[in-house]
Design a protein around this ligand. Structure first.
Ligand SMILES: [Zn+2]
Length: 335
């Protein structure tokens, strides 16, 4: 029997009685094995994973040998169409002002809840509940390095993180509950129910960057190999994988603005390796127009890079390169 990739829809009835049809792909090899869910764009401005899934589908058509994949590129389709993290947010409103519409606090969803909870519920019923493994693709701001977020106290999640082949792993136990949330994150849903999940934060929002897509695609393929669904060994990273947690603070070396002025980057990106003393950029002082060079305090990898302030994930002024004295302009992590 020929194995086909099937297009299907998770159908939610919204509060105004209209239907929201979320498309997804399912490819079932008919053989035993894991049911692997890949989701993207739970937050409507975090769009890089959409293309990761689009390409992963092509790889699955060629190489999937066991089990089933469920691929949901537009998990929060209303928020994607709205072009903001949640459908409840107005211009420059912070993620935290979700009012119950942060999709990644709604799992397993609620058919009688708000519109976001209804969409979650429809996807849960159509796909999530059938799956044993999950990769949830997000994007955070370009100022923080791509990272795999991993539950440290879980039997499988840390092993999965190691095969994502991403430079930084951020360890956490479980995210704090939000007071207005009716559910949990999709990764918690899996990790708390004898299944396993990881989240990847690709670097850069409101944009799809080829390099990031390739990083996400390699992670998805490596996980499928790790789960025994594809043949071959995972393609791992050259060089060290660096852990980020409260316990690893001593490895993190921030570089602070010595004065007010315009910060000019030196053409680097997060995750880049820098040598101690390498130029990371300069500030044009708005006091006396002097140039102040900024040098890497140690050799290591850039965990953060660039001038930004809180809410740079929703507001352009927070991405402005005018630095105030003491602002963190880079964080170098030593291997
Ligand atoms: Zn997100």
């Amino acid at each position: 029997m020929a194995v086909e990739t099937k297009l299907d829809y998770a159908v939610a009835t919204l509060t105004d009685d209209t239907e929201l049809r979320t498309p997804y792909w399912r490819r079932d090899t008919g053989g035993e094995g894991e049911a692997f869910l890949v989701t993207a764009a739970q937050h409507g401005n975090e769009v890089q994973g959409c293309e990761v899934i689009h390409r992963f589908r092509e790889v699955c058509e060629r190489d999937l040998k066991k089990g089933t994949v469920y691929l949901v590129p537009f998990t929060n389709l209303p928020a994607v169409r709205y072009r903001r993290p949640h459908i409840s947010l107005g211009p420059e409103q912070a993620y935290a002002d979700a009012e119950g519409h942060n999709m990644n606090r709604t799992w397993p969803g609620d058919p009688d809840g708000n519109d976001t909870e209804r969409v979650s519920h429809s996807i849960h019923e159509a796909a999530v509940r059938h799956c044993t493994r999950c990769l949830d693709l997000h994007s955070w701001s370009k100022f923080t390095a791509t990272a795999t977020l991993t539950r440290s106290n879980h039997s499988l999640s840390p092993q999965m993180a190691a095969v994502t082949a991403i430079r930084f792993i951020r360890w956490n136990v479980a995210p704090p509950p939000e007071p207005d949330a009716g559910g949990t994150t999709i990764t918690n849903l899996f990790n708390d129910s004898g299944r396993a999940a990881n989240c990847i934060e690709l670097a850069g929002q409101y944009i799809i960057i080829e390099k990031q897509v390739q990083i996400g695609l390699r992670a998805a393929i490596n996980l499928a190999k790790f789960f025994g669904m594809m043949e071959g060994e995972p393609e791992l990273l050259d060089g060290p994988v660096l852990g980020i947690s409260d316990e690893t603070k001593d490895d993190q070396h921030p570089l602070e603005a010595p004065c007010n002025g315009m910060f000019v980057e030196a053409g680097l990106e997060t995750s880049d390796y820098v040598e101690k003393g390498q130029k990371l950029g300069h500030i044009i002082s708005d006091e006396d127009l002097e140039t102040v060079e900024l040098l890497a305090p140690v050799s290591g990898y850039l965990w953060s890079y660039g001038c930004r302030r809180e809410h740079c994930d929703v507001a352009l002024p927070a991405m402005h390169p005018y630095a105030t004295e003491g602002a963190t302009l880079a964080t170098v992590v030593t291997p």
